[in-house]
Unconditional design. Structure first.
Length: 306
């Protein structure tokens, strides 16, 4: 919110931290050979790096954080579409219905956000048109990143079928190999590092350490991002993909609500309707109702059995 274009320094910091951690604990300081050949990781990394950078730049194109979250929740649509085209998959009627709900929800939120941008009364007609065109470019960037992310998921799926599942290894190489690519973004990263250093001083509670508040925010972002990725990795090894999808979906919903309430982001009744459709469609896609049914039935039978 303070520096909308700071996505590159945030992403670089996350990648660097996770790469260092993976180099020590997963790659064993480079002594452990990867189970999946490096050439496949290079393709995956090119996709992953592109998705991360494009998503960052979208926030610099008048895209609000709630719309960003809602749009990225449409990954199911992109995955299904590319699965049909590339893997020749076929789905049930309930899956197509859920995708239709998600699509309608994203369209509703996007359309209402477009009206907000176009009718901004603080801008004159010429400036308003320019802002709106930049917003359209942001939507195009989000769409591209969504499709590229889905293509990366299909590529990962085919690799795991061929070489076995190596999630932690993939996590390390996906963050370590793109690091040289950040040299292309070095001027932008340096610029925001200078801006961060000029932000107001902040005393870290309990430590007595004083540092610029933006560096504190960045540190907390990197640590929480690491916890998030580690949590997802633990889920993928301990739980079914259905559970992982459900937890990640609920996490996005909580993030969205927090963003709206805490940062006072503009959100109309139409936005709420669109959000409800997105998450209802997502839950329908994961077939969580089928999993909850037997669980609730067991809960109802238990008192009688006792």
């Amino acid at each position: 919110r303070e520096f909308p274009g700071c996505g590159n320094i945030v992403t670089f910091s996350q990648f660097l931290f996770i790469a260092v951690e993976g180099f020590i604990f997963e790659a064993n300081f480079g002594r452990k050979s990867p189970a999946i050949p490096i050439r496949y990781y290079l393709i995956m990394v090119a996709m992953f790096f592109t998705v991360s950078v494009v998503n960052n730049y979208a926030l610099n194109l008048n895209i609000s954080m709630p719309l960003h979250m809602i749009f990225r929740s449409g990954s199911l649509i992109a995955s299904m579409a590319l699965g049909i085209i590339i893997l020749k998959k076929r789905y049930s009627l309930s899956k197509y219905t859920s995708i239709a709900l998600v699509s309608l929800g994203i369209f509703t939120c996007t359309f209402m956000s477009a009206k907000q941008v176009a009718s901004d009364s603080s801008l004159n007609k010429e400036d308003g048109l320019q802002v709106f065109l930049w917003w359209l470019l942001g939507i195009a960037a989000l769409t591209f990143a969504l499709l590229m992310s889905a293509r990366m998921g299909i590529f990962q799926e085919t690799l795991y079928k061929r070489f076995g599942k190596h999630s932690k290894e993939a996590l390390f190489y996906n963050h370590a190999l793109p690091l040289p690519g950040f040299l292309l973004l070095a001027p932008n990263i340096y610029q925001h590092a200078v801006l961060f250093s000029q932000s107001e001083p902040f005393q870290v509670p309990g430590l007595g350490l004083t540092l610029p508040i933006m560096w504190f925010y960045l540190l907390m972002n990197v640590l929480t991002q690491y916890v998030c990725i580690r949590g997802v990795f633990i889920l993928t090894t301990e739980c079914t993909s259905l559970t992982v999808t459900l937890v990640v979906t609920l996490r996005k919903f909580v993030s969205l609500i927090f963003s709206i309430l805490y940062f006072h982001n503009p959100f109309t009744a139409w936005h709420w309707l669109g959000t409800a459709l997105v998450f209802l469609g997502t839950l329908m896609y994961t077939e969580v109702w089928n999993s909850l049914g037997p669980f609730l039935a067991r809960c109802r039978r238990r008192p009688k059995e006792e």
